[in-house]
Design a binder for this molecule. Structure first.
Ligand SMILES: [Mn+2]
Length: 430
C-alpha cells in the first residue's frame, strides 16, 4: 500500500475524540433501540455503502465564466488517483473512481490498475466524452455526436465509446456511462424525431460492443450545452432508450439534470419499479444544474430519494443494484474536502432512510392518515445519525473527523509544492 495520509496521525486524532463519540453512540443506540432499531446493524450497513468519486471532481471546477484553480491541482490521472485515495483513506466511503476518457487516458492501462491497487481503489463506470472536441480529432462535435446529421461524425463518436469499453475492460470497469451534449439552440434547428432515431441507431452499435457482464448507463439532461432542446432531455426519453436497447441498459439519474421542483424521488420510484434504475450522479442544486455539493442545499430531497432506495432494498426489489457516484463542480472549496463531506452526506441520507419505521409508515398509508405518515417519514430525517457515521469510519480505520484530520495532514501543501499551478481552463463537468 502507498497510502498518502500517515496512519499514525489518523489514530492520534481519533484517540482524542473517541470517548465523546462512544458516549454519543451509546446514547443514540439507546434511543434507536426504543424505536426497534439496532445501531450495530445500521453501522454495518453504512460501512458497506460506497459512493464512487469522479476523477474530474478532484480538480477545481469552473463555470461558463471562469475557473479559479486551487493549489496542487492534479496534473494527470495518476495525481487524481492519489487525491481520490486520500478521500477513501479518511472516509472509507469512496472505494472506487470513475474515469473520463480521454481526460484520464494512460499509455498502458496496466499502470492504472497497479496504481489503483496500491492505493486501495477500484474503478467504477467509464465515462465517454463526445461533448467536446479532442486534439487531433478529424471531425467536430459542434453540431452533435451520436445524433449528428453526418454519418461520419456519428461513426467517430461510436468508435470513441467502443474505445472507452476496451480501455475499461483493461482496468476492470463493468459499466459505460454515455452522456451527450447533442441538441439544438433554436426551434427548427433540428428535426427532433430524426435526431432521436439517429441517436438510437448509434447507441445500438455501442450496446452491441458491450461485454456480457457490463451495464450501459444513459444520463438525461434537460438543458445545457444545448439551450432549446436536448436529445436525451428527461427520464421518459431515458427510459425509452434503456427499453429500446435491452436488458443491460439502464437510466442514470443526475440530481441536477431536472427542471426546478421536479419530483425526482418519484422518477426514482418509477425506474425501480420497471427495473431500469442504473444509478446516480449525486450533487445538489438551487436553480439548475448547479453541481453544488451533495446535501448542501436540500438535504431533505436527498433523504426522499434514499427513502425510495431503502424501500426497494428492504423489499429486495428485482434487478435493484444502483451505482452511486458524486458528480459535482467544486469552484470555491478544496475539492478533496468537498468530496469527503459530500460522500458522508450521501451516507447520511441512506442512514436516515434506514431509520424510518417502515411498518408504521405502511400502516399509516393504508389508513390514509396523511399527517402521521408524514411525521413517521420525518422522524427518520430528523434522526441525528452523525455518531453512526463517525463510528463506522473509526471502525474501518478512517478518520472520525475527516476534514480536520486532512487539514492537519498538510497533504494539500505537499502536493502544491510538487505540482505546478494549472491554468484557468474549462471545468468540463457534466
Ligand atoms: Mn452527471
Amino acid at each position: 500500500m502507498d497510502l498518502k495520509i500517515d496512519g499514525g496521525l489518523i489514530e492520534a486524532e481519533n484517540a482524542a475524540s473517541l470517548a465523546a463519540l462512544q458516549a454519543d453512540y451509546n446514547a443514540l443506540g439507546e434511543a434507536l433501540a426504543r424505536r426497534g432499531k439496532d445501531i450495530e446493524g445500521l453501522t454495518q450497513k453504512v460501512a458497506a455503502f460506497g459512493v464512487a468519486i469522479p476523477s474530474w471532481g478532484v480538480g477545481t471546477g469552473g463555470t461558463r465564466f471562469a475557473r479559479f484553480p486551487g493549489p496542487g491541482e492534479p496534473r494527470h490521472v495518476f495525481d487524481k488517483l492519489d487525491d481520490c485515495s486520500v478521500i477513501q483513506q479518511l472516509t472509507k466511503a469512496t472505494p472506487a473512481v470513475s474515469l473520463h476518457i480521454p481526460w484520464d487516458k494512460a499509455d498502458d492501462p496496466a499502470d492504472l490498475r497497479e496504481k489503483a491497487a496500491a492505493l486501495d481503489l477500484g474503478f467504477d463506470a467509464m465515462n465517454s466524452n463526445t461533448f467536446q472536441d479532442q486534439a487531433g480529432q478529424p471531425l467536430s462535435y459542434k453540431f452533435g455526436s451520436l445524433s449528428h446529421s453526418d454519418p461520419a461524425v456519428r461513426d467517430q463518436a461510436i468508435a470513441h465509446n467502443q474505445d472507452c469499453i476496451t480501455f475499461g475492460e483493461a482496468i476492470g470497469s463493468k459499466a459505460l456511462t454515455v452522456w451527450v451534449g447533442d441538441g439544438s439552440n433554436f426551434p427548427g434547428q433540428v428535426n427532433m424525431t430524426i435526431a432521436f432515431e439517429r441517436y438510437l441507431d448509434s447507441m445500438r452499435e455501442i450496446y452491441g460492443a458491450l461485454p456480457e457482464d457490463w451495464r450501459l448507463f444513459t444520463e438525461h439532461k434537460m438543458f445545457e450545452p444545448a439551450f432549446y432542446s436536448t436529445v436525451v432531455q428527461d427520464w421518459g426519453t431515458n427510459y425509452l432508450i434503456a427499453t429500446e436497447l435491452g436488458d443491460r441498459a439502464f437510466c442514470l439519474v443526475d440530481l441536477g439534470h431536472h427542471a426546478p421542483n421536479v419530483n425526482i424521488e418519484m422518477i426514482v420510484a418509477r425506474l425501480i419499479q420497471f427495473r431500469k434504475l442504473g444509478g446516480f450522479h449525486f450533487n445538489d442544486s438551487k436553480y439548475g444544474d448547479d453541481d453544488l455539493d451533495s446535501g448542501s442545499i436540500d438535504p431533505f430531497r436527498l433523504f426522499l430519494v434514499f427513502n425510495e432506495l431503502v424501500d426497494a432494498e428492504l423489499k429486495d426489489a428485482p434487478g435493484f443494484d444502483p451505482a452511486h457516484m458524486l458528480d459535482q463542480s467544486h469552484n470555491v472549496t478544496d475539492p478533496i474536502e468537498s468530496l469527503m463531506t459530500s460522500a458522508v452526506e450521501v451516507q447520511r441520507a441512506y442512514l436516515q432512510a434506514l431509520c424510518v419505521d417502515r411498518d408504521c409508515l405502511s400502516a399509516f398509508q393504508e389508513e390514509n392518515d396523511a399527517l402521521m405518515a408524514a411525521q413517521t417519514l420525518k422522524q427518520g430525517f430528523r434522526t441525528d445519525v452523525e455518531p453512526i457515521l463517525a463510528m463506522a469510519r473509526h471502525q474501518a480505520g478512517a478518520a472520525i473527523d475527516p476534514v480536520s484530520t486532512y487539514r492537519k495532514s498538510g497533504y494539500r501543501a505537499q502536493v502544491a509544492a510538487a505540482r505546478p499551478a494549472s491554468g484557468p481552463g474549462g471545468g468540463g463537468i457534466v
